[in-house]
Design a protein around this ligand. Structure first.
Ligand SMILES: C[S@@+](CC[C@H](N)C(=O)[O-])C[C@H]1O[C@@H](n2cnc3c(N)ncnc32)[C@H](O)[C@@H]1O
Length: 270
């Protein structure tokens, strides 16, 4: 007799991981069985269902909302301010100089630390001045995490990548019962467009991007999906534009249409 609150068999695991893979491109290995159970049992409880069999039926029959909730439960949203700091140094030292206009996309932005770090890098380099124009798009598949990103509220203890200057310039500190929280100032927030976007669905942006950050997202996809998305990113870049990926996501084997210019930084030929 299992000590689990809800019955969960391999058949239901396969049913759910196939749906997540088809809808979000996320590849789920056998080792994720227990992770699936713990993340989704919360959802089963909320819905008042008896077991995973009922949950599978619900997801299979419903086209919209429950699939969104399933994907929101399964995504891994780990992120932090100035994660892989050398990317922001490269942006500041090699990409921003000699221009006064830039279009940047944070694809798979999670709870917002990445696009806010990009915005702080721009402002610290003087791009808050109206002589400079930047367009910063931040997207994710996960609607829950995206609404948290748009709110821009963080626990102070999770903000250890931020300098005293960043905290002072770009954040408001909570008071009373919110004293452990910080919130991004509207001056930083209003320049970022948060929007839901599933990278494996069809998307097309009217204007090309000068820089695409897609860090620690490709790692969840299988090889053909990675290849497809990387090629779509290259199509969406302006000539000379940059694609920046996560520390374990070399794309050298996926395409020869883009050149390696720094650790996990690639440039589209002019
Ligand atoms: C580990 S976080 C990376 C956050 C940030 N880029 C960083 O490096 O700190 C991965 C993000 O990718 C998102 N994601 C997963 N599959 C996606 C898809 N098909 N389309 C768009 N975003 C996706 C997840 O929701 C999650 O927020």
């Amino acid at each position: 007799m299992s000590d689990k609150e809800f019955a969960f068999t391999r058949k239901e695991f396969d049913c759910l991981r196939e749906i997540v893979n088809r809808k979000a491109g996320i590849f789920i290995s056998d080792e994720k069985f227990n992770m699936f159970y713990s993340r989704l049992s919360r959802r089963i409880r909320e819905l008042g269902l008896a077991d995973f069999r009922q949950y599978c039926e619900l997801v299979k029959n419903e086209q919209g909302d429950e699939i969104e909730a399933l994907i929101n439960s399964i995504t891994t949203n780990l992120t932090s301010f100035y994660r892989e700091r050398h990317h922001f140094e490269y942006l500041q030292d090699h990409i921003l100089p000699h221009r006064n206009k830039i279009r940047i996309w944070s694809a798979g932005c999670s709870s917002g630390e990445e696009p806010y770090t990009i915005a702080m890098t721009l402002h610290n380099a003087g791009w808050g001045n109206p002589a400079y124009q930047y367009d910063l798009l931040a997207t994710d598949i996960d609607t829950n995490i995206l609404s948290r990103a748009a709110k821009g509220i963080y626990q102070q203890e999770n903000a250890d990548g931020l300098s005293d200057n960043d905290l002072k310039q770009y954040f408001l500190k909570g008071k009373g019962k919110n004293k452990n929280l910080i919130r991004t100032k509207p001056s930083l927030q209003r320049n970022i467009r948060f929007s839901q976007l599933n990278l494996i669905e069809s998307w097309q942006h009217a204007e090309p991007h000068d820089v695409i950050f897609c860090r620690n997202v490709l790692i969840y996809f299988d090889q053909p999906t990675k290849q497809l998305i990387v090629n779509k990113f290259i199509d969406a870049l302006s000539p000379g534009g940059y694609l920046i990926v996560g520390h374990s996501e070399s794309i050298k084997k996926l395409t020869d249409r883009i050149e390696f210019v720094g650790t996990t930084i690639y440039q589209k030929p002019e």
